[in-house]
Design a protein around this ligand. Structure first.
Ligand code: FAD
Length: 328
């Protein structure tokens, strides 16, 4: 027996290195609330304060479990999997949602293997039908939309950052402590940790709600400044095609696509990008897609909501001026 809601969805909270709840966890709680009753699990070192747990209830968790793992900062992944296994035992969830980050995929794989659960990765949507929780995926470079569901037990689902944006109502809940017996499973040891911070006034590409990307059509590193100007006007993150990265207009960390970052923003603006399948694979799930390209037959126009056939060097300065005038 459990006193958790029968339709509970267990969400693994992801924390920043400084212990704050990530934006993607807020989105996971929203996704969970849309299909059931969200229960959040916060795993942190013993000295951590209640900030992340409080933030989880403010983001819609109906129950918040906190596991303080003594070896959280010295053993990789295993303490989190131990806590998740204990939480799942207690909550008996209909599904477990985890962010599709590097750490999230690592935890999800180990946890699914340990609990003999099914694993669905990189979901872009979560729904519920008569038989349980269903994950939606955009696959083969966005060419197909498919659904996956578990035929036994609860599914473990990793959710693409930025793909789901339906905030849940804040809750005021008592924070519960979860006792976790360490499994003693082999774990890689964390010898040292150095945080690498990039100082930027722009949003981070992964999880950004608006992205402006530039392609080979920009023609040079100097001209790529136009992409930055439009991004700053819109408060957007900066993306790029691989051709723009290969040409040295911008660093590889900004590459969107099959071999770059996958984004699902509310708004994606593609400037001078042809729309090759490998690029589309990383942005096709954006809610609204706008493209400016001087070739009316460019494949990017097959997936745009708004397309402008024109020269970026004429259209974009006009667009920036119009947006500035609108703000004033
Ligand atoms: P192009 O295809 O050269 O297109 C440039 C566009 O700019 C054209 O449509 C042109 O009409 C337009 N243009 C030119 N001048 C102007 C102007 N003044 N105003 C308006 N429009 C203009 N690509 C990615 O992006 N991401 C990936 O992750 C990725 N992974 C790959 C993995 C593999 C295994 C392979 C084989 C390829 C991958 N690629 C990836 C490369 C991909 O196939 C394309 O080559 C690349 O996306 C093209 O970039 P682009 O659209 O900027 O350049």
């Amino acid at each position: 027996m459990t006193d958790y809601a029968a339709d509970s969805i267990l969400v693994l909270a992801e924390l920043t290195p400084s212990g704050e709840l990530t934006k993607s966890t807020v989105a996971l709680l929203g996704a969970a609330a849309a299909v059931g009753t969200p229960a959040a699990l916060v795993v942190s070192p013993p000295e951590a304060g209640p900030g992340a747990a409080e933030a989880a209830s403010a983001a819609g968790a109906a129950r918040v479990l906190v596991a303080h793992a003594a070896d959280f900062t010295t053993a990789l992944t295993v303490p989190t999997v131990d806590a998740l296994a204990a939480a799942a035992e207690l909550v008996k969830p209909d599904a477990v949602l985890i962010g599709n980050s590097i750490e999230g995929r690592d935890v999800a794989g180990r946890f699914a293997a340990r609990t003999r659960s099914s694993l669905a990765v990189d979901a872009v949507g979560i729904s519920r039908d008569d038989e349980g929780i269903v994950a939606a995926h955009s696959v083969y470079g966005g060419a197909y939309n498919v659904s996956s569901a578990a035929t036994w037990g609860f599914p473990v689902i990793t959710v693409r950052q930025g793909a789901i944006d339906s905030p849940a109502r804040p809750q005021i809940v008592a924070i519960e402590t979860l006792e976790v017996a360490a499994s003693g499973k082999a774990a890689a040891t964390i010898v040292s940790f150095a945080e690498s911070t990039e100082v930027s006034s722009r949003p981070e590409l992964r999880g950004a709600s608006k992205v402006v990307s530039g392609g080979r059509g920009l023609g040079s590193t100097e001209n790529f400044a136009l992409v930055e100007q439009l991004a700053d006007t819109l408060g957007a993150a900066i993306g790029a095609s691989r051709a723009a990265v290969d040409a040295g207009y911008i660093e590889q960390s900004h590459q969107v696509g099959q071999t770059g970052v996958s984004v699902s923003p509310q708004l994606y603006v593609a400037l001078g990008i042809s729309g090759a399948i490998q690029h589309r694979a990383g942005m096709q799930t954006a809610k609204t897609i706008v493209a400016i390209n001087k070739d009316a037959d460019a494949p990017i126009f097959d997936i745009t909501d708004f397309g402008v056939v024109g020269d970026v060097f004429t259209v974009v300065p006009g667009l920036i001026a119009a947006l500035d005038a609108h703000k004033a």
